[in-house]
Design a protein around this ligand. Structure first.
Ligand SMILES: Cc1cc2nc3c(=O)[nH]c(=O)nc-3n(C[C@H](O)[C@H](O)[C@H](O)COP(=O)(O)OP(=O)(O)OC[C@H]3O[C@@H](n4cnc5c(N)ncnc54)[C@H](O)[C@@H]3O)c2cc1C
Length: 294
């Protein structure tokens, strides 16, 4: 593959990046480059100017506040997997970070790049949906906050405009509910063919509600609201109750289809991944930390 010529600038701050973006309609933000550069090689993206924000200290790392965690958008998957404070407060992050691709991708790819890219098979969207994260987006007109449920607006489309930057991801605390993440990994790419993230609230031994984020199955990651309304009753209702939740989660969903998984198979994988994620969460199952696909 022969690369084309492209200008590259490493921004000195978020403000610098914004002014560089505003000066060129074909400019694009570069973070880890693990989605954008492959798309450029295939000519699926053709920016004339790359504005690198990947090393900006203001966009890196995890901050813990009394009622929320704030994650810089340029924090890599590997840094999130290794952050012990984040794992203790919001264990879903470690579950998800560990199963993204391979070490090479985890060491360069960033959570912000993954969320803005909004690949329907990416892992982070399921987690931020289930944790009801809020995205901080900065542009020429100032800062706005976008809840995760409004962030994924279509196939590979997020709420971040081309002249804006996702700066931080806020996770409300307490997020230390019981969680689970199960993913059926595509054998060649590692992306999710179907995956489910769950965050359950318990009073004693009884589930009193929770949230479910699904990725891989449809053209946009989504919250399974209908299934969420059944969680309290369904999880107390044995196998039938769990089946009702899994069925409701995919009712009316138009599944993606490709040469690896047709519509019916993908829906079935989605239901199975959700049931396993729910079982992990109910059991407080730290085995889920290894997040096997089986
Ligand atoms: C071989 C391989 C396997 C992979 N497997 C998986 C997998 O199993 N699961 C998974 O979830 N992902 C997977 N990925 C994708 C990987 O996680 C990417 O790193 C990630 O999707 C994009 O992050 P990035 O930092 O590399 O973004 P980049 O490639 O730099 O950018 C991606 C897009 O987001 C925009 N952007 C980036 N950051 C910002 C920001 N802060 N504000 C505004 N716009 C921004 C860019 O302009 C670009 O359009 C895989 C990638 C590869 C190459």
């Amino acid at each position: 593959m022969i690369p084309y010529e492209v200008e590259y600038v490493r921004a000195s701050s978020v403000q610098d990046a914004l002014s560089l973006l505003s000066g060129d309609a074909d400019a694009k933000i570069l973070a880890g480059g693990h989605s954008l550069v492959p798309m450029m090689k295939l000519r699926l993206a053709r920016p004339s100017f790359l504005v690198d924000i990947g090393r900006l200290p203001e966009l890196r790392g995890v901050e813990v506040h009394p009622d929320y965690i704030s994650i810089g958008s340029a924090t890599t998957h590997a840094e999130l997997a290794a952050d012990s404070q984040l794992t203790a407060l919001a264990p879903l992050f470690a579950l998800v970070a560990h199963v993204i691709a391979d070490p090479a991708v985890r060491n360069r790819g960033t959570i912000g790049g993954s969320l803005v890219n909004a690949d329907p098979s990416a892992d982070w969207p399921a987690a931020v949906l289930a944790l009801e994260a809020v995205m901080e987006v900065v542009g020429a007109k100032g800062t706005r906050r976008v809840p995760a449920r409004e962030f994924f607006v279509g196939f590979m489309a997020s709420a971040v405009q081309s002249d804006e930057i996702l700066t931080r991801i806020h996770i409300p605390l307490p997020a230390a509910v019981r969680v689970g993440y199960r993913k059926f990994r595509h054998p060649s790419s590692g992306y999710a063919v179907a995956a489910a993230a769950v965050a359950l609230r318990f009073t004693g031994d009884k589930c009193v509600g929770g949230t479910i984020g699904i990725t891989g199955v449809a053209d946009t990651p989504f919250r399974a609201y209908a299934a969420e309304t059944l969680l309290g009753e369904g999880l107390g209702g044995g196998q039938d109750g769990i089946e009702r939740i899994a069925t409701a989660a995919f009712d009316g969903v138009a599944p993606l289809e490709d040469s690896f998984a047709d519509a019916g198979y993908r829906l079935q994988l989605g239901r199975v991944m959700l049931k396993r994620a729910l079982a992990d969460a109910c059991a407080g199952n730290r085995e889920g930390m290894t997040c096997s696909e089986t």
